[in-house]
Write a protein that binds this ligand. Sequence first.
Ligand code: LLP
Length: 435
Amino acid sequence: MWSANVTQSEELTISSITASTLAKEFGTPAFIMDQADFYNRAQAWDIALKSAFGAHAGQVYYAAKAFICVEVARWIKDIGIGIDVCTGGELAVALAGGIDPAKIEVHGNNKSVAEIEKAVSAGVGTIVIDSLFEIERVAQAAKKFNVIQGVLLRLTPGIEAHTHESIATAHEDVKFGFSIASGSAWKAIEATRGHSSIQLRGFHAHIGSQILDTNSFDVSAERLIGLLARYRDTYNEELPELDLGGGYGIAYLPGDEALSPTTAMNALAAAVQQNCTHHGLAHPRISIEPGRAIVGPTMFTLYEVGTVKDVTLENGSNRRYISIDGGMSDNIRPALYSAEYTAILANRTSDAPTLSSRLVGKHCETGDIVIRDIELAGDISPGDLLATPATGAYGRSMASNYNHMPRPPVIAVKDGKARVILRRETEADLLGLDI
Ligand code: LLP
């Protein structure tokens, strides 16, 4: 839940800097990021992939959508893993951070021709193709720039992953990829083989997000390998690569258990090996795309309390509403996915008895709730600081300017030093868009 260098004694402290020091220097709300923890998590996935798959390990592609800025792209380059981008904007950040284009993989179910041309001309290693139209578009772009573009086909293996409906991506009724069961995957294979400017290297599947068991990944591997076997049987040649996506779940609440890189990769390696043996196939290179599992636990959000209000409920009980200076503009996940978070008092400790509380934001919406039900100290009052852990993934990256709220900064902390890596938006930034 909390990143490795966070401790809680008198105050919440990260790498020996207290929450109140951070609030004073950088303001609130702010995303506070543990840089060493980010490195460790990214490296842990890389090590787990390599030790589980050995010579058959492909690439860890960090899923930029979880959170990216140019400084984090530089870290990715430094760590040496790859990156998955799904828009021209994410591609621009990855390139600005100096990531080797060969280690960039481009996703998206509706990449524009301009985005495809930008990717191909930048020399990206892989484009993951999502529709028949795109096969033509990528082939054209590759011809135009006189290259042979490596591609994977995104497939839907027909899996109901155990997660929230809006973040499950591999059942049949989704906008992504080509269905294996309906035969559209095979049509895509045939269409791809018709172009000499693209080279089909294998298949991709991403089954969903915040998945905590390994079973669905095993089924995905089984179905993709089944198709590799059919490909071999038909064309008498083997495709060398599978990308089995991201989706590995993390802990948000006390008592939650994350899926560890070692557990996840060892389970996947066993499933891949078993299915390859079953079909008599050579072991393909295996890549993965974790986003949340790398960046999620590395950040917490620091808020300041502005008001406290008691409301009597229909059953006569009391609910305390604690309003903080952010809300659904910096964390939309509770409203979108009923995601649950916890929070702690960050600037001091309290022995006051707890009260049944609701942590809410400052937006003009009843649904602007960060935490629906939480026991918090009864003496929390304006000026206190609260911190919500595990907001690194899909927090700042899904932040909005709703109600003309400037988006919060990201502050990286390392070895007792804190610095801005993504600055706070200002009202001037927002007004700058007006004509
Ligand atoms: N690869 C592909 C092709 C993806 O679509 C995604 C996420 C990932 C990798 C990374 O998944 P992760 O390891 O981070 O779970 N906004 C939602 C999550 C949407 C994920 C979309 N795709 C949330 O806040 O839960």
